[in-house]
Design a protein around this ligand. Sequence first.
Ligand code: PMP
Length: 407
Amino acid sequence: MTNQGTNLDPWYDSYADRTAGLSASEVRALFAVASRPEVVSLAGGMPFVSALPQERVLGSIEKVLRDNGPMALQYGSGQGTPAIREHIMQIMALEGIRGSADNVVVTTGSQQALDLVTRLFVNPGDVVLAESPSYVGALGVFRAYQADVVHVAMDDEGLIPESLRETIAALEAAGRPIKFLYTIPNFHNPAGVTLSWARRLEVLDICRSHGILVLEDNPYGLLYFDKPAPQAMRSVDDEGVIYLGSFSKTLAPGFRVGWALAPHAIREKLILANESATLSPNSFGQFVITEYLDQTDWRGQIDTFRHLYAERRDAMLSALGEYLPKLSWTKPDGGFFVWVTLPDELDSKAMLPRAVKELVAYTPGTAFYSDGQGRQNMRLSFCYPTPEFIRTGVARLATVINGELDL
Ligand code: PMP
């Protein structure tokens, strides 16, 4: 609420309390500057959709309109079409998940599933546990529902079970209700790390014994570079895990189709919440995706994406090694992001305007915490720029950082 007292907004006093949690994410504010063509943006997490077979996508759209136009252009079920939910079961089977398409709820991107789950469970002041750091878009949702986000430490193997135990014990001792643990086990956004299999089991065990629901957010799992990620947490726990998936990274975010696989006890409430939010998820998008999955070698297309992003990851890691050897950073085995740690005397947020002047953009680490941490970190995305641009971007970043350190 920036306009208090300025009379710019005559409705200022009418807003609900929860709007205090609404603020433009640091990432969004960056998009305007970072999208100028002369700026190498290592900031946003935009999938490289130009690598899709455009003719195939066009063919799917045409076929849907020709064969199923009246249904595809109509409102649909609040749960999503049966056909796409069957495909979703097959996709999740790649990560070890078995179950019933009846428990899948299709949503407007997994972002909306985050919103619906939070709406169902969080009262103002309730605690949501999240990794330290965590996905900026999820933190925005939690804030909008007035959750109190408590971060849990992670290292190169992801969330640290011992820290989870300690955090839960402290919160329980203080009588604070914990509603769920939000975790991104694969190729974490922004940290780039992956939760090991042993830790997945341990985290599930801890949450089960404290009656804490797990919200497993997995948009990047199939975009592994060398070997597949460990199987999903949901593959070993049907009752205590809500799993979120998305077509945004394996196909295209413009369709706005994602999903939640809920425990059976929760799915009905999730469908009702979905209906009240949007009546039905994007019918046309679901029909086109179903047609595309039916007709296309979609697994081959995911392999194409994997190779493309692996090449860009390599370009980023080698440029960091060459231009900024004194810094430290994570080495992702998949996904879109590298998490860089700066020397103590630097502040990634304060440095950003100088970086943009040097024609490179990144996301300051502060975006990924609810409590102001992260000034010593930055998230670099390697998904969108070409390997050449990534090298140029990292070289420019080195100019900025070395200039700051000389001061
Ligand atoms: N979760 C994570 C971890 C993400 O990185 C994103 C997209 N950046 C989302 C959820 C939301 O994706 P979508 O709504 O496009 O499915």
